[in-house]
Design a protein around this ligand. Structure first.
Ligand SMILES: *Cc1c(COP(=O)(O)O)cnc(C)c1O
Length: 423
């Protein structure tokens, strides 16, 4: 019935939860490493300078980052604390891509101090950065927004309505300007889709960027040394959907490169991605327990987790596969709304979902939660977020982030001052 894997059995979970009560996130090191190698192989075999910069926001845990660093990945960061996380995991210098937007001055200062590759989101940021750090860095990248030239997708919207990046006329001006102000090495970036499963989309994006790189060289004399395709590679959240075929995408991008970049004198140029979702998404699960059942106008199963642990279903109406451990092959002859405890009616992990009969105490697993899962958690309703466990390749399970406590929630409050606060 369930064609989505989960690495632990009911017995494993009964033992594990004696030490680590639900809810918690579980990640699978083997799955993460095998995927990382498959991804790298497809592109690095065709582009020797290929590198994936893992989008830290997708799973900002330094233990996971350390595994990815060992697989040769860099880190794509968009805030100062994300840069620190990457550094803690041993990812430094140009292996950090700082793709931010509406960036505060002190974050540019820090990124520059650490020799991260700075990717500017707007033409006015040239001035802003120059003032912040006292000159432009040697290596600079710009984020392109193709506007109506490229269709976006549902999650990120139309490029012309997206807040990111520079327009085509601006981007030509930006390289010329940056060169005049002292930058000597250049990169080009775009990201126009999110959770996209159509492989042709990425080949078309590469064509767009390669043609632009050729035009930039011709019109400004600036030769980019890398083209950063951004993130946006989707994962098959729904059973029956097909994962993106990396060999197909890499082959298509290589053909476009030979056709456009090589004749333009732009070879060798590195191809970069900054994917998050496919890197950890399918290898992470939110493990919960059913603690209530409720029979009103609909049948409800109440979990010990909530939207504060995983907001994608509530926020985007996103589908996450749900399975009940030990009942994978039981008839799925019930229809439930599987819900959390937030005082918001959108706090539903699944709506009108066909599932096996669920009893209180059952382990209910939310699949494909390894990216934009724990990371998007929040504390509304004073909900305390779940911790994170890692299944190592040797079968051992280690805690890589403890669950939050009341003290964490109160950490920014000073109750001592409350006594002297007269009303
Ligand atoms: C979110 C984001 C990514 C990662 O996207 P995924 O969909 O997780 O692969 C990469 N780059 C930028 C600039 C982003 O905002």
């Amino acid at each position: 019935m369930s064609d989505k894997p989960f690495p632990l059995t009911l017995r494993d979970l009964e033992g594990l939860t004696a030490q680590y009560p639900t809810p918690f996130y579980l990640y699978d090191e083997r799955g993460i490493r095998e995927h990382a190698r498959r991804f790298t192989r497809a592109f690095a075999s065709r582009f020797p300078l290929f590198r994936e910069y893992f989008a830290v926001k997708a799973c900002p845990n330094p233990f996971i980052l350390k595994i990815l660093a060992a697989e040769g990945f860099g880190a794509d960061c968009s805030s100062l604390p994300e840069i620190i996380l990457a550094e803690k995991a041993g990812i430094t210098g140009e292996r950090i891509m700082f793709t931010s937007n509406e960036t505060p001055e002190r974050e540019y200062v820090y990124a520059n101090l650490k020799d991260a590759t700075i990717n500017l989101d707007d033409i006015t940021h040239i001035d802003y950065l120059e003032k912040a750090i006292g000159g432009l860095p040697e290596l600079i990248c710009f984020r392109y927004n193709p506007g109506p030239l490229k269709e976006g997708n549902a999650l990120i919207g139309k490029p012309e309505e997206a807040k990111y990046g520079l327009t085509r006329p601006q981007i030509l001006e930006a390289y010329a300007d940056a060169a005049k102000r002292g930058s000597k090495r250049f990169g080009l970036h775009t990201m126009v889709a999110s959770n996209e499963l159509n492989p042709d989309y990425f080949v078309e994006t590469a064509v767009l960027l390669f043609e632009l790189a050729a035009e930039i060289k011709q019109k400004t004399g600036c030769a980019v040394e890398f083209v950063n395709m951004g993130g946006g590679i989707g994962i098959p959240y729904k059973p029956g959907q097909k994962a993106v075929d990396y060999d197909y995408v890499a082959r298509g991008i290589r053909e476009a490169y030979d056709r456009i970049m090589v004749p333009a004198g732009l070879d060798p140029v590195a191809i970069y991605f900054e994917c998050g979702r496919p890197v950890t998404g399918p290898y992470g699960w939110l493990v919960t327990r059913a603690i209530h059942e409720k029979h009103i106008y609909r049948e409800y199963v109440g979990l010990d987790a909530s939207m504060a642990d995983l907001m994608r279903p509530g926020m985007y109406g996103a589908y996450h596969h749900v399975s009940v451990v030990g009942k994978e092959n039981a008839p799925h002859d019930r229809v439930y709304d599987v819900v959390g405890s937030l005082c918001e009616n959108c706090d539903k992990f699944a709506v009108q979902r066909q599932l096996p009969a669920i009893e209180k105490g059952d382990f209910v697993v939310i699949h494909d939660a390894g990216a934009h899962g724990r990371a998007m958690g929040f504390n509304y309703n004073a909900k305390l977020r779940a911790g994170e466990l890692l299944l190592r390749e040797d079968g051992k399970i280690v805690e890589i982030r403890r669950r939050e406590t009341e003290d964490d929630y109160f950490a920014t409050l000073d109750f001592k001052k409350l006594g002297g606060f007269t009303v």
